[in-house]
Ligand binder design. Structure first.
Ligand SMILES: [Zn+2]
Length: 709
């Protein structure tokens, strides 16, 4: 029988998925899924080749690309010292943590008829894999993860910028670096540029926490770093995890008809992730101090690419580190996996600030993804282009919105100016102009287009049957849908066939036709998030959501970074209020070791907490050290066990904990997105019927680790 800590989440090719959240580990299936030969036709038996219409669209798109500008290829190669010879890097747990073999097919052909030429170009550029000199004294290991790791020579050792996602790949990067350029010197400091997991998760691969505690190694980060590493992804964490399957195409094998990289990098490593808390925070807007003898000027850029982020200028090397604020792509303003919409105007202004503060004299610019830029002219070109990219998107989307263009039209109306389209580093390999434009409208005006029909609409499943009836039934829709498909009118075809699938989730012919339609739209996309989303939906329509099970565990480091309040807030999200109509209680929670106290109340079927207060007449008082509570938060020890062995002290009505337990829900990361795709296996049914949910420990949540981006 499945235990409650074993999620039904085992899916092929998805190891990387859950490494993002560090809660999952399911390797054998992942390995098997990749045993296909990417060049042997389509990986799915229902899969289709690109149609003549798709090929035409892709050819036309290619003809509009600035192919004469090949500087990226020079910059990507420049300073190459040594390749990383092992295409696979193993995780300590025995599975493959990093697999570059999957992406070798990209270099076997100049073009593929199922991949947008611009996306293919970016993926070929991301096939760099090894050690590079940025300038003497600055090195990068690239291609061992979604992000790059950078080493800057200090007085006594190496200052590490952004230690990737997992420890295993960081160790491999460090070994490669030491073999050729590290001079046997140790790590002297670590700088986390921002809060996303691909910029700190691998820190334990090269830093011993004892050396940080003793003050031997300093760890530097932007102000409020710890708070924001966790908070961005907890409350809607399960939904974000699910949506990653679409944005990151986690079910798709790497193949010309499937996954072809993620734009920012090829993929996310699947080893062990951890977090060592910073010892020094950069608090002011601009702050200058020495790091291991190297003068550095830090520029805080909050609420740009990440909630907390900072650029760094090294004046004595004329080297500008732009974190993830300036990379070789248009970034996400709206992230498809789900996140609060970012502020493109502020983002643009911080780039402008960096341009005039540092960029007028910088001679090299490097970042946490992609490759560096050399020479002041080139640096200014890139900074100015990126500054204008985010500002244009903000200003001109609002320009159109102020003339009545809605969130449902903006992506068909808004266009980047030609000057920006012709700059490779402004093209959409992470964000796309289309989904970002919708994001800007969402940021300022929200979801509603102001047509009352869309204000409180019927759910798709409720309105679809009428559409099907009015269109003359399934047969007519299938015939017309196929006709539109055969004419290459895929978006129109998806409008009507989707209605049929919504109305008849078990109609496999309809699902297969919709999959064929989605697949062609997917092939036509330049943006990997859009491509993956269409191809992922096609996969699930054809095959259903894969079954299996997997163990999960939360990273202790991340749990430690989570505030008790955040954790209690999340319990309020996890509880099913429909089961709590008749419940009412007040709990005092005291964590003596950090001096915190909370009132936790259930009333009106709502669980709330307030920090800093204790109720006079609580129904229950729970006293437990925060450090012990963490054991329960990460699922290592139940609260019941903590009470039984005296670690936690209770006073009052202990049955309240059972009541609370009975209303907690374990979120399943594989809920249905497209209708009729939920595969029900005996295993899955068993999970539901075993009554496991009823045994849930109310203080045992499975909060998600931060997500790489
Ligand atoms: Zn990143």
């Amino acid at each position: 029988m499945t235990t409650r800590r074993q999620f039904l989440a085992s899916v092929p090719a998805a190891a990387a998925a859950f490494s993002l959240v560090q809660n999952f580990c399911f390797e054998p299936r992942a390995a098997r899924a990749q045993q296909i030969d990417p060049l042997q036709g389509h990986f799915h038996d229902k899969g289709k080749a690109p149609s003549k219409f798709t090929i035409e669209v892709l050819e036309q798109a290619k003809s509009a690309l600035p192919l004469a500008d090949t500087r990226d290829f020079d910059e990507q190669k420049r300073g190459f010292i040594a390749p990383m010879k092992d295409l696979k890097i193993m995780a300590d747990a025995g599975h493959v943590a990093w697999d570059m073999e999957r992406f070798q097919f990209l270099d076997t052909q100049d073009e593929f008829d199922s991949i947008h030429a611009s996306l293919l170009r970016q993926s070929k550029l991301n096939n760099n894999y090894g050690l590079y000199e940025v300038i003497p004294g600055i090195y990068q290991v690239r291609g061992l993860d979604l992000s790059d790791i950078s080493f800057v020579r200090g007085k006594t050792g190496w200052i590490v910028f952004d230690p990737l996602v997992t420890a295993e790949v960081v160790r491999a990067a460090w070994k490669l670096f030491q073999e050729h350029a590290g001079e046997g010197l140790p790590v002297s400091a670590v700088i986390y540029s921002h809060t996303h997991g691909d910029h700190w998760g691998g820190v334990r691969g090269i830093v011993d926490e004892a050396d940080v505690r003793s003050g031997k190694i300093s760890v530097i980060a932007p102000v409020d770093f710890m708070e924001f590493t966790v908070s961005e992804n907890v409350y809607a964490g399960n939904a974000m995890n699910r949506r990653l399957f679409y944005q990151y195409g986690l079910l798709l094998p790497a193949a010309p008809h499937g996954y072809v990289g993620q734009g920012l990098g090829q993929a996310v490593s699947a080893g062990a992730s951890g977090l060592i808390a910073p010892t020094r925070y950069v608090e002011k807007d601009i702050e200058e101090f020495e790091v291991d003898g190297v003068r550095m000027i830090f520029q805080n850029t909050p609420n740009t690419e990440a909630p907390r982020e900072m650029n760094t200028y090294i004046p004595d090397m004329k080297a500008l580190w732009m974190a993830e604020n300036v990379i070789a792509s248009l970034h996400n303003i709206y992230t498809l996996r789900g996140a609060q919409v970012r502020d493109p105007l502020r983002w643009s202004k911080y780039i402008g600030d960096a341009l005039y503060r540092f960029g007028l004299e910088a001679e090299v610019m490097f970042a946490s993804h992609h490759w560096p830029r050399w020479g002041n002219e080139r640096i200014q070109e890139v900074l100015r282009g990126q500054r204008d990219l985010y500002a244009h998107m903000n200003n001109q989307v609002l320009h159109l919105a102020n003339q009545g263009v809605t969130i449902n039209e903006i992506h068909n109306v808004y266009e980047l100016p030609k000057g920006l389209q012709e700059k490779w580093f402004c093209r959409g390999y992470h964000g796309s102009a289309q989904h970002n434009a919708r994001g800007v409208v969402q940021r300022y005006l929200g979801f509603w287009d102001c047509n009352p029909t869309t204000l409180i609409p019927l759910s798709p499943a409720d309105s679809a049957p009428l559409y099907v009836e009015m269109m003359g039934g399934a047969g007519k829709i299938m015939a017309r849908g196929r006709e539109l498909h055969d004419e290459g009118k895929y978006l129109l075809a998806s409008e009507i066939v989707d209605k049929l699938v919504q109305a008849e989730p078990q109609n496999q012919d309809a699902k297969d036709l919709l999959a064929d339609i989605f697949e062609q739209i997917g092939y036509q996309q330049e943006n990997p998030g859009l491509r993956n989303s269409f191809l992922a939906a096609a996969y699930e329509l054809r095959s259903g959501i894969p079954q299996g099970e997997t163990a999960s565990s939360s990273s202790p480091d991340v749990i430690r970074a989570m505030s008790t309040e955040l954790f209690l807030n999340f319990l309020g999200i996890r509880m099913d209020s429909r089961k709590a109509e008749d419940m009412r209680f007040t709990v005092n929670l005291i964590t003596p070791d950090n001096g915190e106290k909370f009132i936790v109340e259930l009333e009106n079927a709502t669980l709330t907490n307030i920090e800093g207060f204790l109720a006079d007449k609580p129904d229950l008082t729970l006293t437990i050290n925060r450090s012990d509570l963490e054991q329960t938060m990460m699922g290592a020890k139940t609260l019941e066990a903590q009470i039984a062995d005296g670690t936690a002290k209770v006073e009052g009505d202990v049955s309240i904990l059972k009541q609370l337990a009975s209303i907690m829900v374990e979120f399943d990361p594989r809920f249905e997105i497209m209708p009729g795709t939920k595969a029900m296996t005996p295993e899955a049914t068993g999970y539901v019927e075993s009554g496991i949910l009823g045994q849930t420990d109310p203080y045992e949540a499975v909060p998600r680790q931060t997500i790489a981006e």
